[in-house]
Design a protein around this ligand. Structure first.
Ligand code: SF4
Length: 102
């Protein structure tokens, strides 16, 4: 009985250590621009941009799939200008800015 408990404790400690190390090795720094861009989009989640919601559009803008904010049909010109200016002036985790058209 004692051996089984010690085995489970040892196994738990080993798996916990493995998870901790994996978390450090595979950590991906989040792109802080995502929330800002998501909040600047209209937030209708209408799908007119080709994504199922504004979250997909924000991700598309950040990963280079979307090159113009006008792909979001309900957005107004001020929103398009604000989002493109923000992304063109603020670098991501890789230190690079984007070339997004309003
Ligand atoms: S078209 Fe604009 S408002 Fe509609 S889901 Fe896409 S980003 Fe959101």
């Amino acid at each position: 009985m004692i051996e089984a408990i010690l085995l489970m404790l040892g196994l738990g400690a080993l798996l916990g250590l493995g998870l901790g190390i994996s978390g450090e090795i595979f950590y991906v720094k989040p792109d802080e621009r995502f929330e800002k861009v998501l909040n600047m989009l209209p937030g209708y989640n209408c799908g007119a941009c080709g994504y199922p919601g504004c979250q997909g559009m924000a991700e598309g803008l950040l990963n280079g799939e979307v090159t113009a904010v006008s792909q979001c049909k309900p957005s107004n010109s001020q929103q398009r200008t604000d989002i493109s200016s923000y992304l063109n002036e603020n670098p991501g985790p890789d230190g690079k800015t984007l070339a997004i058209k309003p």
